[in-house]
Design a protein around this ligand. Sequence first.
Ligand SMILES: [Zn+2]
Length: 55
Amino acid sequence: MPVADPELMKIVEARILNKKVCRKCGALNPPTATRCRRCKSKNLRPKRKQVAMKK
Ligand SMILES: [Zn+2]
């Protein structure tokens, strides 16, 4: 019997993926961030597996 609740995992996963990661120092930033809060670099990448289907 699996311990993890699939619904809970979805929420947790979404929260983890909804972040921006600095390419320079690897710090996690809020999805709304335009620059890194640690090194002030603008070199951020979204940490998302799937691209939002907005077109
Ligand atoms: Zn950084």
